[in-house]
Design a binder for this molecule. Sequence first.
Ligand SMILES: *Cc1c(COP(=O)(O)O)cnc(C)c1O
Length: 406
Amino acid sequence: MTTTETENERGAIKELETKCLHLPHDEERRRYDATFGAISYPIFQTAAFEHPGVRADYQPGQDHISLSSGHNYTRESNPTRDHLEKLIAQLENGETALAMSSGMAAITLLLNHFRSGDQIIVDSDLYGGSIRLFAEYGERYGIKFTRCDLTKDDPSAVATDRFKAIYFETPTNPMTHVVDIEKYAKFAHDRGALCVVDNTFLSPYFQNPLDWGADVVVHSGTKFLSGHHDTIAGFLVVRDRALGDELKLLSTTVGSALAPFDAWLVLRGVRTLSVRLDRAQENAFKIVEALQKQPHVTRVFYPGIESSPGYAIMKKQARGFGAMISFETDTKERAISTLTKVKTIVFAESLGGVESLITYPIAQTHASVPPDVLDANGLTDRILRLSVGIEGASDLIADLDQALNS
Ligand SMILES: *Cc1c(COP(=O)(O)O)cnc(C)c1O
């Protein structure tokens, strides 16, 4: 075998498990040139980069980046962050990925793309922070956010001539509603609008919205991507280069990109994304089965339940069902006492990490959501949300049992 053949073979990355660890060969080679062959990509903890000189063909008015060795200032770009962005773009089959300081920073950056008077149709069941952000931006900057339950209502009834984007999560937080990406990407494109999907709950390991026509993927990198409850991060991934360039310039302008050390933490987390998610999902199925037999649990929400309304769409657009479960207890008192009685599972507000966490959405993630929206989404004071980690399943089941029964 010639060297070229070997290189090509190594460059052809097809499987997601490999994509979590390696970039194509030419990218890798550049990486090794810059890092002495370090296996773990180094943290370039620097604010600025030395310039080798001024280019001979420099003309006044040119972007000063043309003077530098590729990097200029970490608000604009940084090798550690760039490496992470390439890896996330690869995992989501996107053209450009931007690593931001949080999921909310990523969503806020995207909102800068729109103008006062533009309409964004948003699904009614969303992460509480997104609902709050949209309410604030709607009121302060005149972007018109129109809520629509995309699992049952037709958004064409509410689309105006300033309709610019449709925004949803699938599965949703916390009710695990499933939204058909292909259907709403087409709906948006037919009207010259963008389709934006928050893919936090499944991560690119289980779902790639861009493959189904979405234009922008949003991630809270705090969750499954970093996976260890130790950093806050967010991502935007886009298909269109021009939109990517626009968002990149906005990111440089507003200054909300991810810091090098945090980028490195996410890089470390992404390496084990596939094994963590396989294990967490395996645990989730066992827990769902146990919860369905639990006398004090009245309903279990998990898109992997065959009789659940979104099951067929999940089978179409996702490769797995994830590790997020919500369930309803028989009384509000039991929901509240369960939170303090769990011993292995931690009562805390986040998700997607190796440790299992339980939350009370109505008082935590969704505390700022108006009561009528909660009612419409069926989010009651008896619903708990469980982010399943990678512990032994029987320990988690025993822990839930003792907490629910005592
Ligand atoms: C957590 C979360 C966010 C916000 O991300 P942060 O990293 O906390 O800013 C957005 N969307 C979903 C679905 C989330 O779970």
